[in-house]
Design a binder for this molecule. Sequence first.
Ligand SMILES: Cc1cc2nc3c(=O)[nH]c(=O)nc-3n(C[C@H](O)[C@H](O)[C@H](O)COP(=O)(O)OP(=O)(O)OC[C@H]3O[C@@H](n4cnc5c(N)ncnc54)[C@H](O)[C@@H]3O)c2cc1C
Length: 324
Amino acid sequence: MNGLSESEGVWVFSEVYDLTLEMLSKGRELADKLQTELVAVLVGNNVRQRANELIDYGADKVYVIDSPGLEHFQAEAYLGVLHNLAADYHPAILLIGSTRDGRPLAARLATRLNTGCVPDCFELSVDEGKRLVGERIAYGGSAVATVAFKSKPQIATVPARAFEKPALHDRRGQVVKLDVRIEAPKVEVVERRPLETSSVKVEEAEYLVCCGRGLEKKDDMKLLQELAEVLGGQVGCSRPLVEDRKWFSEWIGLSGHKVKPKLYVACGISGVIQHVAGIRDSKVIVAINRDPEAPIFEIADYGVVGNLYEVLPALKEALQKQLQ
Ligand SMILES: Cc1cc2nc3c(=O)[nH]c(=O)nc-3n(C[C@H](O)[C@H](O)[C@H](O)COP(=O)(O)OP(=O)(O)OC[C@H]3O[C@@H](n4cnc5c(N)ncnc54)[C@H](O)[C@@H]3O)c2cc1C
């Protein structure tokens, strides 16, 4: 669907429920400004019971596509569903959760609909011409790109925690159950294994020891754990250790957890803006990095230029001696 006039409605979709809720708060603002309806697209198996809650969180309408074939996220099936829906109902704006699965889904959907897609928008608004305007971080955090759309639907992906979850109100809305043709997947999922998740909340930690890409092996995390134990704190990591290396399930930063411990020890973390945005409120920041030019030293209260594999055991030993 191209052209900026015939389409209507702001839609939100994510396979992650909490992210759908966060997008509903921004979606509500955009829909009110455009005087159009806010639609949540709910896809999965046995998901229809959540439809009314989505209305209470701000949606005017919920399209429910409920089928055993949609139990788990599957790229072709979900793409087919969204494509059919968008082709039939012509949304003006489509916000898709910027998850590992959501980002490629949005790009593939935009290609099918012959429209544009702006990934990772941390701010969204509409201009005087009623076009969606997205802001995203560019050049590794040193610039913000502001992008306006020229075609519809205007597809943007939204990272987790870019917007606050809206408040729950008792609202009225429309729940529409749809039977959409589900495309047969071209790949088979052979095995699913849960990721290791931490039971401790990093947001609540008073002492945090965190690692970045400077850590060579997942097992080396024990070096950080040992220091955290001496401090009575917890461990965490930067986003690439979750997204790229798949070692952990949660990260700290702009799109991850925002933390404010008494002490934050950054080990092998470069300190680009997206990470720093999540640790700014720490009382004391200690950085260990072998590159003296690493940006983390600009915000650190104390910096150690050195190899984390040497510094961490030495620091632990010194602390243990002090505490004896
Ligand atoms: C929209 C968006 C949101 C993002 N959100 C986040 C976020 O919330 N959190 C986040 O962390 N990132 C986020 N990122 C990613 C971010 O841009 C950076 O890519 C990431 O923070 C870099 O992680 P890092 O510092 O671990 O790795 P790198 O930048 O690769 O840095 C590794 C550092 O380790 C040092 N090092 C290497 N070996 C050693 C050693 N042996 N001893 C000591 N130092 C060593 C190096 O000198 C280097 O400075 C986001 C990106 C985008 C586009």
